[in-house]
Design a protein around this ligand. Structure first.
Ligand code: XIL
Length: 382
């Protein structure tokens, strides 16, 4: 790949994001500087993904691990400089925030929110209602529980109110409900489905989240919505039914976990049809995995695979850029060494799914994103 050569000057967040010529935190002309100096605005390169995306009003995000923020210097610097939105990869999941019933442990999630504030980033809250990563006291498998139906309903309501209120004003988009449908387009038979005797929990979850923070954008989030088929159709029908019931749903998140072993999806059609319902859309968890060596999980078996991966990354970002309703594009992490893919997709072994390599050096996949953004000056501003 030819590296993209753009001006490497360092600019302030205020200049790029606000389009202003004054620096945030600088004193107005003629004013006496006060004794307590405000902290300087964050700086990042003019050819960073976030600076380029800001020119069309797109937020470019990443999932982060709070244990690495502050402890791994290179990781921390990239997270701050390249991205204008942050998703805690695991830190806001129910198992993390309430492992012991009635005792909240918000520290790690709070740390992510503080990092975002410091670096002028917005937060995608992930996720309130899911069948995975539930605390053991609630369910070990997402489909069975020792609690009664009424208790399940009560704990979900409390969970949503407590968590959304805790982060009120700090979360831009919430993934309120995650992965409620299976690949056959059937509602998953989760503890939520069983307690409600149907998908009615989805409407309740959105209503509660909206009451707890009326300003947050509320999303339904799922994978394989990128492809037209029974799953995407089922979610589309569900969203229309929520709208008919005047449920406060504002967006649909396309996770975007892609693999070169499948053809590139008809993402544009699907983004467009959901957007045509008057919703925002977002790419929320993008990675592009490929078959790799079991003894070197981020080394593609096929030396040409990175070119296919670059094409998938570029087209996915361009599909979002082309649509005003597509408000954020979030790769699921950035360094191959920290990706969930090699541990999750092992038959066959897949990996090399992110835009930085194991040493946190940018790959060709990073450069195609940079190029797509650099060439997007004609894209609609959002
Ligand atoms: C994954 C995380 O990346 C892993 O660290 C964790 O072990 C399992 O969950 N869809 C989602 C994400 O909505 O929350 C998942 O994240 C990936 C699939």
């Amino acid at each position: 790949m030819r590296p993209l050569r753009l001006a490497l000057s360092v600019v302030s967040a205020a200049v790029v994001l606000g389009g202003q010529l004054t620096l945030a935190g600088s004193a107005p002309a003629g004013a006496t500087p006060s004794a307590a100096k405000p902290s300087p605005p964050p700086t990042y390169p003019a050819d960073s993904l976030r600076a380029l995306a800001a020119r069309v009003g797109l937020r470019i995000g990443t999932a982060v691990n709070p244990d690495l923020l502050g402890t791994n210097e290179k990781y921390t610097q990239i997270a701050a400089e390249q991205f204008s939105s942050i998703t805690p990869e695991n830190a806001m999941k129910w198992a993390e925030v309430e492992a012991v019933r009635g005792t909240y442990t918000w520290e790690k999630a709070d740390q992510v929110v503080a990092f975002a504030k410091k670096n002028k980033q917005l937060v995608r809250g992930h996720t309130l209602v899911w069948h995975n990563q539930l605390p053991a006291w609630l369910s070990s498998d997402g489909t069975t529980t020792t609690l009664s139906n009424d208790e399940v309903k009560a704990v979900l309501k409390k969970h949503i109110f407590d968590q959304v209120r805790h982060f009120k004003g700090d979360v831009w988009q919430w993934d309120v409900v995650n992965e409620a449908f299976d690949d056959n387009g059937q509602p998953r038979q989760t503890i939520w489905y069983k307690a409600w005797g149907g998908t009615g929990y989805i409407a309740d979850a959105f209503r509660w989240a909206h009451q707890a923070d009326p300003k947050a954008l509320l999303f339904y989030n799922d994978y394989n919505l990128e492809f037209t088929g029974v799953k995407s159709d089922a979610v589309y029908a569900m969203v229309r039914s929520l709208q008919a019931q005047r449920v406060p749903i504002h967006g649909v998140g396309f996770q975007g976990h892609l693999s070169t072993q499948y053809g590139y999806p008809d993402l544009t059609n699907n983004l467009e049809r959901f957007a045509a319902l008057g919703l925002k859309v977002a790419l929320t968890e993008v990675d592009v995995r490929t078959q790799t060596r079991p003894d070197a999980v981020n080394e593609p078996v096929n030396p040409l695979a990175p070119y296919a991966q670059e094409s998938y990354w570029s087209r996915t970002l361009q599909a979002c850029l082309a649509l005003r309703a597509c408000i954020s594009f979030t790769p699921w992490g950035f360094g191959d060494a920290y990706s969930w893919v090699p541990g999750w997709f092992t038959d066959p072994q897949e990996g090399a799914a992110l835009i930085y390599d194991e040493q946190l050096n940018p790959k060709g996949q990073y450069e195609v994103l940079q190029q797509a953004l650099a060439l997007a000056s004609g894209a609609p501003r959002r």
